[in-house]
Structures are given as C-alpha cells and as structure tokens.
Design a binder for this molecule. Structure first.
Ligand SMILES: O=C(O)c1ccccc1NCC(=O)[C@H](O)[C@H](O)COP(=O)(O)O
Length: 233
C-alpha cells in the first residue's frame, strides 16, 4: 500500500493546486496564530472550496479551546482536526467531540523519548480515537511545529510505524529513506516544500512526492522478493 502524504501549512490557492496536482492525500491548514502559516477560518474555507473530492482537509490547532475548534469547523469544512499542542488525549477527545470531528493527536518527540513511551501513548490514543493512524510523530520544538527539524526515527518501534504519521524535518533528501526505513502509514511535511514560510514551492512538492514514491517502490520490491524466496511450509 502506498504511503499517504500530507502537505501542511497551505495559505494560497496556487499551493493547494500544486499539492493536489502532485498527488497529496491530505492538506493542512494552520489555525495557530503565532505561526507564519496561520490562516483564518474564513481564508481556510476559501481554500477548501478548490479542494477536489477524496482529499482530506486537516485543521491544525495548538492548545485551542473546544469552542474555538468548534467555531472554526463551522466556518471551514475540515475533515479532520490535528491537535499539535500540549493537549492530553482525553482533552483531545473532548475537543473533537465538541467539534464533531475525528482527531489526530501529535506526540512531539524529544531526544530522550523512550520507545515504550511512544507505544504507551499510541495505545492511549487508540483507546480515545477509533481513527486508524491517528497519531502524528513530530519533533519537539518550542514553536510546537513547522520547524523543519527531524528526530531520531530509530525511536519508533517497528510494530508501531504502520500506525503513525511521520513528520518533522522531512524533505526530498530524506523522504525515500523515511518511507523505506520507517514504513509509516503516512508522511507529513511543511518547511521542506517551501520557498519561504507559508509559501510552498510546486517543484519541491512534486519532488517530495516522487521521493516518497521511490520509497514505496523499494518496499514493493522487498515485499516481492520476500514472497519469491519464502520457504513453502
Ligand atoms: O506549520 C506550522 O507553522 C506549525 C506551527 C505550530 C504547530 C504545528 C505546525 N505545523 C504542523 C505540521 O503538521 C507540520 O507539517 C509539522 O510540524 C512538520 O513541519 P516541518 O518539520 O516544517 O516539515
């Protein structure tokens, strides 16, 4: 199965068109006012109007109140909310319920994060959110996200990887290795496909998607080889 791709932090129509044309499965809009990629709910609604069917629109919040999230989704028809702040899983579930949307929770990985901590967090998240792959792993940064900084992928338990969205410092230079090495359900990117903060670069988006697909091709060939060389029982 091919790795899903989310392009985050879109602020312009041309960037929505570029992400869709490149084959993105999801596009993200940042409702965190301190972010240089911040859009108002009204602006997000304008951008979502040009999103074709079968592409997930994601609204990204940092420590927002349930009312703020509920008000936002009433204006911008978002498919999914991504909670990128200090919200607990229980708080995330309450916010999502108030908004009437499914949620993706973010775990921000630090250098001293233990693999078991990720497993425990994902299990708690799975109990609160029936959505498959509802956990996004990003790098811990003071700005909460969108910093173009990666984390140590070896911290991700192999049996957890197929249920997570991998994020943080991805680019055309590491996307193939991220897909073939980590084997996540999806990847998420913002800085690595930008000309400047909030301004995406269509060529970088296309090149990133191609690099992800190259990783998928590696996985497919490995799977084929494993099937061909499997010892019949
Ligand atoms: O994009 C932002 O400006 C942002 C600000 C605050 C919290 C989250 C933010 N982005 C969330 C995302 O999902 C980003 O795609 C993710 O952090 C990865 O960003 P990057 O390392 O720049 O690819």
């Amino acid at each position: 199965m091919r790795t899903r791709i989310k392009i985050c932090g879109l602020t312009r129509e041309e960037d929505v068109h570029a992400a869709v044309a490149a084959g993105a499965d999801a596009i993200g809009f940042v409702f965190y006012p301190k972010s240089p990629r911040y859009v108002t709910p009204q602006r997000a609604a304008e951008l979502i109007r040009i999103v074709p069917p079968f592409i997930t629109t994601v609204g990204l919040f940092v420590n927002a109140s349930p009312d703020e999230v509920a008000r936002t989704v009433r204006v911008a028809p978002l498919s999914l909310i991504q909670l990128h702040g200090d919200e607990t899983v229980a708080e995330a579930a309450a916010i999502a319920a108030a908004a009437g949307r499914q949620f993706m929770k973010v775990f921000r990985v630090k250098p001293d994060t233990a693999p078991d901590e990720l497993l425990e967090y994902e299990q708690a998240n799975r109990a609160a959110s029936p959505l498959f792959a509802s956990l996004l792993l990003d790098t811990y940064v003071d700005a909460y996200g969108g910093a173009g900084k990666g984390f140590d992928w070896s911290l991700i338990p192999k049996d957890l990887a197929p249920r997570v969205v991998l994020s943080g410092g991805l680019s055309v230079h590491n996307a193939t290795d991220a897909v073939a090495g980590v084997r996540p359900y999806a990847v998420d990117i913002s800085s690595g496909v930008e000309a400047s903060k909030g301004i995406k670069d269509a060529r970088k988006i296309a090149d990133f998607v191609a690099a992800v697909r190259a990783g998928d091709a590696i996985l497919e060939s490995e799977t084929h080889h494993e099937r061909e060389t499997a010892v019949p029982r």
